[in-house]
Every structure is written in C-alpha cells, then in structure tokens.
Design a protein around this ligand. Sequence first.
Ligand code: CA
Length: 219
Amino acid sequence: MRLLVVEDEAALADQLAAALRRTGYAVDIAHSGEEGCFLGETEPYDAVILDLGLPKLDGVAVLKRWRQSGLTMPVLVLTARDSWHDKVQGLDAGADDYLAKPFRQEELLARLRALIRRASGRASPQLTCRRIVLDPKAARVSLDGEPVILTSHEFRVLSYLMHHMGEVVSRSELIEHVYAQDFDRDSNTIEVFVGRLRRKLGSDAIRTVRGLGYQMEDV
Ligand code: CA
C-alpha cells in the first residue's frame, strides 16, 4: 500500500513517514499544498494524510480540487487542536476522517488502517486467504499459524493483493502501489517478489492470469 503525506512541517512529515514505513507502507511526502495537489492528481495512493494548515494552497482547497476531479482515495485530514470549524470544513470538502494535532501516532495508524480497510470493502482487521493471514497492524504474515518472514517489498505486494482479493491486479498497478515515487522502479522485480512469495506461502497462493496480472482468491 502506498500513502501520501502532505505536511509543511518537515520534522513532523519525516517522523510520520518513518512510522508509516516501519508499518510496511510505501510513503511519498509533499511539503506544500501545490506539490501535494499535483502528486494526488498524478499518482495512485491507497490513502492520503493531509494537513489542513498549509501555506498558500491550504488543505481544504487541495481536497476540494481532488474531489472535483473525481478522485476518491481515502483522505484523513490533520486539523488544528480543538478547531470544530476545521473539522467541519475538512469533512465537507470530502475528507473521510480527521485527527486533531497533537495526536498519538498509534491513533493515526489505526485510523489509516480503518480507512484502507473500508476502501477495500472489508470489515475484518485481518486479511485471510485460505492458510495465509495478514495482520496490517503488526505488519505480519502467517501461514497455518506460523509466522512467515517477508521483506518490506514482499509484504507490500502481498498486502496489496490481499486488499484486492478476487481482483486481477496488473503488474503496473502493483508497481505503482508498492514503490514510493523516488524509488527506481523495475517491472521485472514484481515477478521476483511474487516468485519469492510463492516459495514462502505455497505455489498456489498467487495465481498468474496470463497477460493480465496476478490474483489471490477471495476465500
Ligand atoms: Ca501545517
């Protein structure tokens, strides 16, 4: 899963991105409303954390633009402390959730997981595909109850496929959702990750749909 953080306070943005990367997400950072707006319009994010208090182009304006362009990715807005006005404006502009500053990182992570879960139409916090269980909170995977050690890229590929069980996911879609923007992308590596996942999780865990991509069964 790939996220965008739009936050003009560099230290807070870095801190957030580091926490998100530790939990298995690919993360892009934008330090201004303009940059954030552009990235949100051009890159496919699984969720966005958007600070409302940005210089020049503020968060509400960014969000309105995205929604007017028909972009539906889940957006969590960060609001000033105790500002009911911010919260109302954010939600009315198309935010899916909000969090007032200062906040606990654990709460932000939990709200994000819930947003991503809802966007993929799933109610259960854990994702299960036959013998495989993925826990987004702990960023852990198990097979028949036994923990399986994955690299961060293997985890992201599996997480994206499991959030889209039943769907055929193309290689290019996977690339866009497992790598951050500044990462050197090579489409062949997706095949390598899938090969390794099959070795660790069973050869039938991920199906190749010839010419289209990969699929995990929704069972
Ligand atoms: Ca700010």
